[in-house]
Write a protein that binds this ligand. Structure first.
Ligand SMILES: [Zn+2]
Length: 227
């Protein structure tokens, strides 16, 4: 199980680093390797995974880190609520327009006009989507601020996943927290220059409807090349 699959990329050529292994003298060696041909060195799986988790815990779960995450999540939630408030009226309007159209088409449906049934079906589908969205927005609009304690308890759960004995759990947490790990071998240091792009949280914010990712880079040196 390679925890960083899909997240770890070559700083030399931008291609993926892929998990791989070989057996020598009955011992198995696991590593990640550039899938391009740029000559960037391969990196030991266990070493890089342990380092990445250590950095995540240090940066995201330090007192400072936790405080900043709680703050960010609250801000994003507030922004989302503000946006929901704005969006509710137009969505309601679109739903009632759709309903009027559907009524008209239903009258036509009996008279054998072609294509009407399809239009009705399409409008019904759109209406369903909008109603779901409306429900979501109304729920957010009616809710109060997120409690620190709630965010903290979620964060603690994530932290225990990250430090869990189970590889499946660790992978889930790593994949959720990390946007990217960029690996570049640094010859004079005989070490890798590593950058982790951490994804703090996803959700709406900044007054637009597209999900915003707050992220942050952690840069450090570590790991010797595996061969
Ligand atoms: Zn490469």
């Amino acid at each position: 199980m390679y925890l960083l699959t899909g997240k770890i990329v070559c700083g030399g050529c931008d291609k993926d680093y892929r998990g791989s292994s070989y057996t020598s003298k009955g011992k198995r060696f696991n590593y990640y390797k550039c899938s391009g041909n740029c000559g960037n060195r391969q990196i030991r799986k266990e070493e890089i995974e342990a380092l990445v988790i250590e950095q995540l815990v240090k940066v995201c779960f330090s007192k400072e880190g936790v405080r900043s995450i709680v703050q960010t999540v609250k801000e994003m939630y507030r922004a989302e609520r503000k946006q929901s408030k704005k969006d509710i009226a137009p969505v309601r309007k679109e739903i009632s327009e759709l309903e009027a159209k559907i009524d008209n088409w239903l009258e036509l449906a009996g008279s054998g006009v072609k294509g009407v049934i399809d239009k009705i079906k399409e409008a019904e589908r759109r209406k369903e989507v909008l109603e779901f969205e409306l429900h979501r927005m109304a729920t957010i609009d009616a809710s109060s601020d997120l409690e620190d304690s709630m965010i903290l308890s979620i964060l603690n759960k994530k932290k225990s996943l990250l430090l869990s004995e189970g590889e499946e759990e660790r992978k889930q947490a790593v994949q959720e927290f990390i946007e990217k790990v960029i690996v570049l071998y640094d010859e004079p240091n005989n070490q890798f220059d590593l950058s982790i792009k951490v994804r703090l949280f996803t959700g709406g914010g900044e007054g637009n409807r597209t999900p915003v990712r707050r992220s942050q880079y952690i840069r450090f040196y570590g790991c010797s090349p595996s061969t």
